[in-house]
Design a protein around this ligand. Structure first.
Ligand code: NBP
Length: 476
């Protein structure tokens, strides 16, 4: 039968990617733990028996693949992936290639590569982004591992990948070891932050007296300006438009708990571990965690202490336009600041783990197919191409800072003074900008002295070299 590659896992992503690859002219063998799903899948496509072939047993699936075999795994990340690799490897031969596309921690991919390579097999950790539609029409892929392994799967992956406006496929070999999964982890962390920013914008608008229809129209107007055009804005507009049969907004009846599968948390942990400040990414993770405390929040809200002032504040006449303009500037800067943190994290992790990531090439792969796709990715790619040593992405957007920073501050102070709407990522992003653009931090000067008072930790001075200590009075 000689299939070019195999796909294990016919859930949302696997079934759509199998169709995508088969349509590009490759012969694809498919396997799913539950065989009924394989039968059901093949029953939905005219490609069955022509370029898609299903198998019930691993040995038949593996026998259908041309050597060296290339198997893409699209099962649930974590234990299910390890279980799949364990069953599969018994049927493979030295030199065969396993590609895991799950949302894995990059350290797990390093472990898998080492274990498989010790047994003569080859491994690639390759994140994938774009959800169901991306997998079907062209996602972005984030491979990492051994270059020679990438070269062997490259024709298939490049054919299936989304193509950016300049025709380049949205995939590049990100680097050694778990580089690809690291990029995917931080892609997801950026996704957490930016989704939360759009949700906070929605929250402000609703509590500012706008209906869901008004919000959808306003966001559409923002989209039409171009700068913020993106998939994440598009989905937020759809969320604002979605209605129940009654005509009431769907968003009003949705339980306010946000699920997550770990990539945001792992990214925040890794950022803290390597010492890169990422307050927007961290705040997005914490926002999800706080949402999960539904019972406690409900109890707290009924214990008689109101978080004042109450929500429900209305824009006043002509002020509405001015306020929305400030909110627009704030959104722009918060999104750029979130990307800035994501890229600083990748730069540092690249140094620590020796991945060999070429940031402009990696960012270029976010331009289409993936959840982050949008206008901003092009100027961001160009900024790092023009200056790979750019100290911070925000420095490439001086106009946005000049025109928007005061508006951002005004917007946040107005909302926090007049409402109890909480804006974790919009607030954290302003903290990031204020802090990372301050050449002197007075609070850091004071904490340095406090540490010297109680622990004789010493401090450095701006006006003299060396370590200093002060004679403090006895306080205890
Ligand atoms: P689904 O939840 O739709 O499908 C899960 C698949 O995993 C099914 O084929 C299921 O087989 C299989 N599976 C499970 Br669950 N446990 C297994 C086990 N112990 N051994 C073998 N197979 C097992 O997942 P999906 O959304 O298609 O995601 C697949 C991968 O793609 C995940 O690793 C995810 O991180 C990644 N990803 C998903 C998205 C997305 O938007 N959904 C985006 C980017 C990456 P069964 O039919 O027998 O239960």
């Amino acid at each position: 039968m000689s299939c070019d590659c195999g796909i294990i896992g016919l859930g949302v992503m696997g079934s759509n990617l199998a169709l995508n690859i088969a349509e590009k002219g490759f012969r694809v063998a498919v396997f799913n733990r539950t065989y009924a799903k394989t039968v059901e899948f093949l029953g939905t496509t005219p490609l069955a028996g022509r370029s898609l072939f299903g198998f019930e047993h691993y040995q038949d699936f593996v026998a259908a693949l041309t050597k060296p075999r290339k198997v893409l795994i699209l099962v649930q990340a974590g234990a299910a992936t390890d279980a799949t690799i364990k069953s599969l490897r018994e049927h493979l031969e030295p030199n065969d290639i396993i590609v895991d596309t799950g949302n894995a921690h990059f350290k797990d991919q390093g472990r898998r590569a080492a274990e498989l390579e010790a047994g003569g097999l080859r491994f690639l950790g390759m994140g994938i982004s774009g959800g169901e539609e991306g997998a079907r029409k062209g996602p972005a892929f984030f491979p990492g591992g051994t270059l020679s392994v990438w070269e062997e799967v490259r024709p298939i992956v490049e054919a299936a990948a989304a193509k950016a406006d300049d025709g380049r496929p949205c995939v590049t070999m990100n680097g050694k070891g778990g580089a690809g999964s690291c990029v995917k982890m931080f892609h997801n962390a950026g996704e957490y932050a930016i989704l939360q920013i759009w949700a906070e914008v929605f929250d402000v608008m609703r509590h500012g007296g706008m209906s869901n229809n008004d919000i959808a129209a306003e966001l559409q107007a923002w989209k039409d300006k171009g700068f913020l055009t993106s998939y994440m804005l598009d989905i937020t507009i759809e969320v604002a438009k979605a209605k129940l049969h009654s005509g009431n907004p769907l968003s009003d009846v949705v339980r306010d708990k946000i699920g997550s599968k770990g990539t945001g948390l792992w990214s925040a942990q890794e950022a803290l571990e390597v010492g890169v400040p990422a307050p927007s990414l961290n705040a997005a993770v914490i926002a999800r965690q706080m949402s999960m405390f539904k019972d406690e929040r409900t109890q707290n809200a009924s214990c008689g202490i109101r978080v004042l002032p109450p929500v429900s504040w209305s824009f006043i006449g002509a002020d509405k336009e001015a306020f929305l303009c400030k909110l627009y500037h704030a959104t722009k800067l918060a999104i750029i600041a979130s990307y800035a943190q994501m890229f600083q994290c990748l730069r540092e992790l690249d140094k620590v783990y020796g991945f060999g990531i070429h940031l402009p090439s990696t960012i270029a792969t976010f331009r289409a197919g993936c959840i982050l796709k949008g206008f901003l990715l092009t100027p961001m790619t160009k900024a790092f191409e023009a200056n790979p040593n750019l100290s911070n992405l925000l420095c490439a957007f001086p106009e946005a800072l000049r025109d928007g920073l005061q508006a951002y501050r005004d917007m946040l102070s107005e909302v926090t003074a007049k409402t109890s709407v909480s804006l974790p990522v919009l607030s954290a992003s302003l903290v990031y900008i204020n802090t990372m653009f301050s050449s002197v931090l007075m609070s850091a000067q004071v904490v340095s002295l406090q540490r010297d008072v109680f622990g004789r930790h010493g401090f450095e001075r701006l006006d003299e070299p060396g370590s200093h200590s002060h004679q403090w009075p006895e306080l205890q």
